[in-house]
Design a binder for this molecule. Structure first.
Ligand code: ADP
Ligand code: MG
Length: 248
């Protein structure tokens, strides 16, 4: 297999310090094009920090990250350009612009960044809203939408830049239980269409259905890495066994 052609994300010995706190302590991994990588681990283990380093919302202290052969950690990189290629959906569902209806939230980047006309962006925005099952809510302001609907609009907004990679940081953890399924469904759909995704989530049904690999983080290092089957049924590390016993 030609590695450079199939590799979408490569992380080499990533470290992150906040002053004297050593949060990520040598993370190395790869994610192939079209793969879904799930990241799990105890609270405070560094999952969000890891994800935020992948699009430079946090600066790595050392190490290298490549996305589609481009060095993300290059200090001279054009951050805006790079971020067009990496969509992110955050924990919590109140990340939409409150003063804009759903469709305008989605049109913003295509108009301002990709230079689409209002009409083109609107048509594309409607297509994306349909994709997340919310075409009928195009005129709704965020506060008229449920948490699950807001999170689906946030996914559509991230997709509007036509990213090659999508990052999700516990996208369903702030939602009421009855809304989790609708968001996971959109994510499963995206995964099946071949999007490369790194997803911090403990939703086992999602992980079992679409994750190609699972990383288990503890204290800023990867303690287990493998297919869901390998990691869930036969973890080698005692810490991983004890963590899994709490969530499985
Ligand atoms: P997780 O997402 O796995 O819960 P985080 O990546 O949010 O973990 O945090 C990992 C560790 O880094 C925690 O101990 C947290 O307190 C610390 N941390 C995160 N962000 C900062 C920051 N901006 N300044 C100092 N410490 C931080
Ligand atoms: Mg987190």
């Amino acid at each position: 297999m030609d590695n450079t052609a199939s590799c979408m994300i490569e992380v080499c010995d990533l470290h992150k310090h906040y002053k004297d706190v050593h949060v990520l302590r040598g993370i190395s991994t790869t994610v192939a094009k079209g793969e879904v990588c799930a990241v799990i681990g105890p609270s405070g283990s560094g999952k969000s920090t890891f994800l935020r380093c992948l699009n430079r919302l946090e600066e790595a202290s050392s190490g290298e990250i490549f996305i589609n052969a481009q060095e993300i950690t290059d200090p001279h990189l054009n951050l805006n350009k790079m971020r067009e290629n990496i969509g992110m959906v955050f924990q919590g569902f109140n990340t939409l612009f409150p003063h804009m209806p759903a469709i305008q939230n989605i049109m913003l980047a295509p108009v301002n960044v990709r230079g689409l006309s209002h009409k083109e962006a609107e048509a594309y925005g409607m297509e994306l809203l349909s994709r997340v099952g919310l075409a009928d809510k195009h005129a709704s302001y965020p506060d008229m939408l449920s948490g699950g609907q807001q999170q689906r609009v946030a996914i559509a907004r991230a997709l509007a830049m036509r990213p090659e990679v999508m990052l999700f940081d516990e996208p369903t953890s702030a939602l009421d239980p009855e809304m989790i399924g609708e968001v996971l469904e959109v994510m499963i759909d995206l995964a099946k269409q071949g999007m490369t995704m790194v997803v911090v989530s403990h939703e086992m049904s999602f992980i079992r259905e679409v994750a190609d690999k699972v990383l288990v983080l503890a204290d800023g290092v990867i303690i287990e890495e493998g297919s869901p089957q390998e990691v869930f049924t036969n973890p080698r590390h005692e810490r991983c066994r004890s963590f899994l016993s709490k969530i499985l």
